[in-house]
Ligand binder design. Structure first.
Ligand SMILES: [Zn+2]
Length: 298
């Protein structure tokens, strides 16, 4: 009996050992399979990345060829890998600033909008708004449907009300303007000068004296308002006289004065008033300088 019992126990033990071995083998097999799968995944991932990069590059290259024939030539004469690198390198500055490629003679720096004194943001033909610049809008005067930066709108509303009490209506004509609208206006103006016989380069420079390229206008930032009229004769009006007398009290300045066109590079615009805050508006008015000069002194 003892022997039989011993044999049964022994067999049970052997079975246990075999079972444990089988479990261990299965575990090892799973581990090996998993590691192969993982390495396959990496390869797949790399391939996918490679494809996506190539697609991106070729799209950029296709875009770039619209602007630069040089890239096309490079793509033809160099091996594909170098061509891709060349295309990527060529296209990257364009990503940083589209406008400099779009309009010959313009190479604006990205305006510094990340300042605590946001009312002094300088936007002009040399300082373009960042691509991701966003503005929260508010109606400048009740019922007009014309918007400004929501931080500026209450100041315009206050000025509008005060002028109204003096019997002067400061009709808001154009406040915040979408960049796409700015682009259309600017390009229409270029066409206008081209139709008059100017070259594209000359027409672009002439257009920019009147309408700034997209992203370089204070209207795109919602910081300025065109008031009452877009005619230079506006300077003879009661509204203009009122603004010259009182606008600084509400933080607005005449942005493109007659005697500063050599600095602003913009024709005299008696209707264009820019918000710069009460304190700075008063200083700018007292000094008789334009915003560019003021910021140099500042
Ligand atoms: Zn304007």
């Amino acid at each position: 009996m003892d022997y039989i019992e011993y044999s049964i126990k022994k067999r049970k033990k052997e079975r246990k050992i075999k079972l444990a071995a089988a479990v261990a083998m299965i575990a090892v097999a799973i581990l090996i399979a998993f590691s192969v799968f993982r390495s396959g995944g990496d390869v797949n991932e790399k391939t996918t990345k490679g494809v996506s990069t190539e697609t991106g590059t070729s799209e950029e290259a296709a875009d770039t060829t619209l602007f630069e024939d040089v890239t096309t030539t490079k793509n033809r004469t160099e091996p594909p890998s170098s061509a891709s690198t060349a295309a990527t390198t060529t296209s990257s500055p364009r990503e940083e600033n589209t406008y400099e490629y779009a309009y010959a003679g313009f190479a604006p720096a990205v305006a510094n909008t990340d300042i605590s004194e946001w009312w002094l943001i300088l936007v002009n033909r040399d300082n373009i708004l960042p691509k991701d610049y966003s503005v929260t809008l508010a109606e400048a005067a009740p019922g007009t449907g014309v918007n400004l930066d929501s931080r500026v709108a209450p100041h315009y509303a206050k000025m509008y009300k005060a002028a109204g009490e003096d019997g002067v209506t400061l009709t808001p004509l154009s406040g915040h303007r979408r960049i796409s609208t700015q682009k259309n206006n600017f390009e229409n103006k270029i066409s206008y000068y081209q139709n008059k016989g100017y070259s594209k380069a000359e027409a672009t420079q002439l257009a920019a004296m009147i309408i700034l390229p997209p992203g370089t206008s204070e209207h795109n930032a919602g910081l300025a308002m065109d008031i009452c009229s877009l005619d230079e004769r506006f300077e003879k009006s009661d509204e203009f006289a009122w603004l010259c007398e009182n606008a600084a009290e509400y933080g607005f300045i005449l942005r493109y004065p007659k005697d500063k066109t050599d600095i602003t590079k913009i024709t005299y615009e008696p209707w264009h008033w820019r918000y710069v805050g009460v304190k700075d508006a008063k200083k700018i008015k007292a000094l008789g300088v334009c915003l560019e000069e003021y910021l140099e002194m500042y």
